[in-house]
Write a protein that binds this ligand. Structure first.
Ligand SMILES: C[S@@+](CC[C@H](N)C(=O)[O-])C[C@H]1O[C@@H](n2cnc3c(N)ncnc32)[C@H](O)[C@@H]1O
Length: 287
């Protein structure tokens, strides 16, 4: 030792090597299917470096050692959470909701959904729940047009426990509810008095909704669900082709015959399963 001043680089944020990036991405992929490109070094650093600091890891190798250590599984789940993207909004890709109100729901009701059995809409990667609540609003409006109303419910599932906890509050900020038309806001949102102004979904919709944890690429039997409509939107893009196929097959297996699968408009199925026929853009029917 020469008694030199400390190397300033030793306190800098550690850099992620492509080899380490591959390891992190593979560990997260095994848990959620989410396949972050290993080229996205700065994205990975951004999402994971905070965790390194929290755990007091000096570099990514020591973090990877933790992932392989005794509490590795819990840490891997944490990593997977850090790498998932939760962007969502009410009435996102509105054409799907318009199509449901115009064609999908009338067809399902004709076939007995909502009278012979409960009509169920599933938001299969629900994030904060905006998609599930939008479907609930559309479904409630449709139900009111039918004599005697319909029996219906909505289900939201996600792999992120963190986002599900937030979704369970059914509370949204002013910015988050801007996509909801004014008349629907009046019917389905309660407004807080104080500042910042917050909005909560009304109890009449909340009582018809269920949230549950589910991993779409590894859907186990604990998810008991038969859906008439499944939203599988803006999640397949994060999967590799093999995991995409698995997720689609898993969701379709929980769909009633004649039910509809809705995918994101940027993620139409290249290779749909044989029991799906396309009926509109990014809209498939189980046959
Ligand atoms: C970009 S958001 C899409 C939300 C909503 N479907 C929409 O289109 O607005 C993607 C969501 O998929 C969830 N997710 C990622 N991998 C998943 C998996 N394997 N199983 C279930 N959900 C997953 C993420 O946690 C995130 O909340």
């Amino acid at each position: 030792m020469t008694g030199m001043a400390q190397n300033p680089l030793s306190t800098a944020t550690p850099r992620l090597h492509p080899r380490q990036a591959r390891t992190l991405v593979e560990i997260a992929r095994k848990i959620t299917g989410v396949a972050v490109s290993t080229d996205k070094i700065s994205f990975l650093e951004l999402r994971v470096s905070r965790r390194l600091r929290e755990l007091g890891c000096a570099d990514y190798d020591s973090y990877i050692a933790k992932l392989h250590g005794p509490d590795g599984m819990a840490e891997a789940r944490y990593l997977a959470e850090a790498l998932t993207t939760h962007t969502t909004s009410f009435f996102r890709e509105k054409v799907h909701y318009d199509w449901l109100a115009r064609e999908g729901l009338p067809n399902l009701a004709e076939a007995g959904a909502g009278t012979g059995y409960k009509l169920t809409i599933w938001s299969a990667a629900c994030s904060l729940g905006s998609e599930m609540w939008t479907a609930a609003m559309v479904l409630d409006q449709f139900s009111q047009t039918r004599k005697g109303g319909l029996s219906w419910g909505v289900v939201g599932t996600d792999v992120s426990r963190q986002i599900l906890r937030q979704a369970a509050t059914a509370v949204f900020t002013e910015d988050q509810v801007t996509g909801i038309p004014a008349e629907l806001r009046r019917s389905y949102l309660m407004r807080s008095r104080g500042e910042p102004r917050l909005y909560r979904i009304v109890p009449e919709l909340r009582s018809r909704a269920q949230l549950a944890w589910a991993n779409l690429v590894d859907l186990d039997r604990t998810l008991k669900l038969t859906a008439d409509v499944a939203f599988l939107r803006n999640v397949l893009i994060y999967f590799q082709p093999e995991d995409q196929r698995r997720a689609v097959a898993n969701v379709v297996s929980r769909l009633r015959d004649g039910g509809y699968l809705l995918t994101g408009h940027s993620e139409s199925l290249a290779d749909p399963p044989a029991n799906l026929r396309q009926v509109a853009a990014s809209t498939y029917q189980k046959v």
